[in-house]
Design a protein around this ligand. Structure first.
Ligand SMILES: Cc1cc2nc3c(=O)[nH]c(=O)nc-3n(C[C@H](O)[C@H](O)[C@H](O)COP(=O)(O)OP(=O)(O)OC[C@H]3O[C@@H](n4cnc5c(N)ncnc54)[C@H](O)[C@@H]3O)c2cc1C
Length: 326
């Protein structure tokens, strides 16, 4: 069997990258892209027994097509939540189909932001009622289920699997993005949406979420590395290749304390690599069919996507130390 990283590289170079400009221009990810990732076993990346080289797999795929990789990446939160769930029936029903990519997932984690919860869970007979709005949910129309976070009155965070189907109690409002628009990011609103207790994967005192969140921020840095890697490859041999390796090494070695600076450096580097490609390519880089303009917009997106206050501060420090985050 081919090694998963080798497969990811092959898919990125032979299928995703050749289609990336069309995906960007049309705002549509061919269903075949996600099916290919499923048939390569990559929807099971976060499931048992796990795969080595996961960050490099993400980077390789993102160097092919950020939009496709972005949709696929949301899936793994649900795989991990189900695998770690204390509910054997939930594991039995969901884990294998999720790992095979027969069922596909997104995440709605807006309720985990500090301050009052944007999505509330109220205990009702047989489960919970969800009310509120999650401002960013990626993959709409390409997922079957949403790992949704909510908080109850006791400040317990509750994660559950919600069918990603619009209806009287669940509405999705499309957002129009300047990059990775094909990943179909929407705002989701719950209005008394019922979720059965059997679909609850995890509960945790909300006070404990911050430390868990901080420990899990490495992987999103691989999106920026992927964009930087593609710009670097298109430029040909330059010292940017060594800088890319240094950014990756810093992310890999980071502790929760040093990770924000490493994430910031990766994002800033992606933008610099993409703008370097733009300048080196000359005026034609502003044509819609040139990769430089797509990569610049994607690098811009990765300056803000998946950020946290210490990442934002570190990035502003790099870009313009006199500006303080609002
Ligand atoms: C295009 C796009 C697609 C996205 N898709 C998804 C998605 O599919 N599912 C999803 O759940 N989120 C999604 N997000 C949200 C993303 O993960 C980050 O929350 C967001 O990029 C942070 O933006 P911000 O810094 O402007 O903070 P805001 O969105 O303004 O959030 C306010 C504060 O909450 C913090 N915060 C945000 N999210 C969390 C969290 N999960 N845990 C702890 N603190 C948090 C932020 O760091 C910030 O300090 C998406 C964002 C973008 C831009």
């Amino acid at each position: 069997m081919t090694d998963p990283l080798e497969k990811a590289r092959q898919i990125a170079d032979d299928v995703l990258f050749p289609a990336a400009l069309e995906v960007d221009a049309t705002g549509v990810i061919p269903a075949g892209h996600l099916d290919l990732l499923a048939s390569a076993g990559l929807y099971g990346m976060a499931g048992p027994p796990g795969v080595p080289d996961a960050p490099m797999i993400v980077e390789s795929l993102a160097s092919g097509c950020l939009a496709t990789t972005f949709v696929w990446m949301q899936h793994h939160g649900a795989v991990r939540a189900v695998a770690d769930s204390a509910q054997p029936d939930l594991i039995e029903e969901w884990l294998d189909p999720l790992c095979r990519g027969e069922r596909r997932a997104g995440v709605a984690l807006g309720a985990l932001r500090p301050g009052p919860p944007s999505v509330r869970a109220t205990p009702v007979d047989g489960g919970y009622r969800l009310d509120g709005t999650c401002p960013w949910v990626t993959g709409w129309g390409m997922i079957d289920v949403l790992l949704t976070a909510a908080r109850d009155d006791a400040e317990t965070a509750i994660w559950s699997l919600v069918d990603a189907v619009p209806g009287p109690t669940l509405a999705a409002r499309p957002l129009d993005l300047v990059a990775a628009n094909a990943a179909t990011t929407v705002e989701v609103t719950f209005d008394g949406h019922f979720v059965p207790a059997e679909r609850v994967t995890t509960t945790l005192p909300f006070a404990e979420w911050g430390a868990r969140d901080a420990a899990g921020l490495r992987m999103n840095g691989s999106f920026a590395l992927g964009v930087a890697a593609r710009a670097t490859r298109l430029l040909g041999p330059t010292s940017l290749a060594a800088e890319l390796d240094a950014c990756r090494a810093a992310l890999d070695a980071a502790t929760p304390e040093t990770l924000p600076a490493a994430r910031a450096a990766a994002s800033a580097f992606a933008m610099r690599a993409a703008t370097t490609l733009t300048v080196a390519s000359g005026a034609r880089s502003v044509l819609r069919d040139h990769h430089a303009q797509r990569l610049v917009r994607e690098a811009m997106f990765l300056l803000v996507f998946g950020s946290r206050p210490p990442i934002k501060s570190a990035l502003l420090d790099l870009l313009s130390p006199e500006i303080h985050p609002s």
